[in-house]
Design a protein around this ligand. Structure first.
Ligand code: G1P
Length: 290
């Protein structure tokens, strides 16, 4: 079994749900408290043993590349002024030289197509996918939980959680086989089924560990839900040929592609900051009483 060392970060989306904020700023650069979404994803991946990153970008996304580069003038100025605390804040933005590459998704044909664009990076290795819109607050980083499940099962693992039945048309949904309450055998996968057609209400969230064979399936370029090349459809074609499991991860997931979810994430993450929590608690109480 090959070790998991690679991660693909699809970041080509237009961020239409956050206009006008995302007119000139990539949505993955929007901060939750003090860090942009993309940095949470990279730090989570690192904590799971990931050493190589591929961002699938699009037009207007250069800030994402800049964010993980050395900002020589800024760092030099901070050093000269003795601002070591400020310098230390930049640590999480540093990556090993040569460990982060980008490819462009030239046309917005869907998540499956975005992953297929990273095929040269993936090669013959297992790889992780992190969708930076999905932020998970947990004891053990969510991708680390998946990486451990990969070691345990030797195959594909996706992070899953129960959603209200009325919301199945927003997610990839599992058809469930054997289920021990934590690991679920995946018997089928459907992208965004209507509530009364969904095989369950167990949905995929934006964390995956996949085998490289999914690329051959995606290269068929079959169009699925919404007329897009769906990752879910490519993954579904691996079922029965390779181990495929859902992992009910420990933690809370915030949909930061949605305004309410994004605001909730701000509060939940702010309450984890020792120096911010008291002030946040105090104003929450004030607003709750209004
Ligand atoms: C994508 C996937 C979907 C998954 C979701 C998780 O959908 O296609 O299967 O459940 O991410 O956030 P999107 O949110 O891009 O529509």
């Amino acid at each position: 079994m090959k070790p998991l060392r690679k991660a693909v970060l699809p970041v080509a989306g237009l961020g239409t749900r956050f206009l006008p904020a995302t007119k000139a700023v990539a949505k993955e650069m929007l901060p939750v408290v003090d860090k942009p979404l993309i940095q949470y994803a990279v730090e989570e991946a690192r904590a799971a043993g990931i050493e190589q990153f591929c961002m699938v970008t699009g037009r207007g996304k250069t800030a994402l590349v800049e964010h993980f580069d050395i900002a020589f003038e800024l760092e030099d100025t901070l050093r000269a002024r003795g601002k070591h605390d400020a310098l230390a804040l930049l640590e999480g933005t540093q990556v090993e030289p040569g460990s982060m590459v980008t490819v462009r998704q030239q046309v917005p044909l869907g998540l499956g197509h975005a992953i297929w664009c990273a095929r040269a990076f993936i090669g013959d290795d297992p790889f992780a996918i992190l969708l930076p819109d999905d932020l998970v607050l947990s004891e053990t980083p969510c991708l680390k939980q998946l990486a451990d499940a990969y070691t345990e099962t030797g195959g594909n693992v996706v992070a899953v959680t129960e959603v209200p039945r009325a919301h199945t048309n927003r997610y990839g949904i599992l058809e469930i086989g054997r289920d021990d309450g934590r690991l679920v055998e995946v018997k089928g996968l459907v992208e965004k089924p209507l509530p009364d057609e969904a095989p369950s209400n167990l949905s995929i969230i934006g964390r995956y560990v996949l085998m490289p064979q999914v690329i051959a399936e995606l290269s068929r370029m079959d169009r699925g839900a919404g007329g897009e090349v769906q990752l879910t459809d490519g993954m579904a074609r691996l079922i029965g040929r390779q181990p495929f499991h859902g992992l009910r991860y420990e933690g809370r997931r915030f949909d930061c592609g949605d305004k309410a979810g994004f605001l909730e994430a701000q509060i939940a993450f702010a309450l984890k900051h020792k120096d911010l929590a008291p002030a946040v608690r105090a104003f929450l109480r004030r607003y709750a009483n209004d």
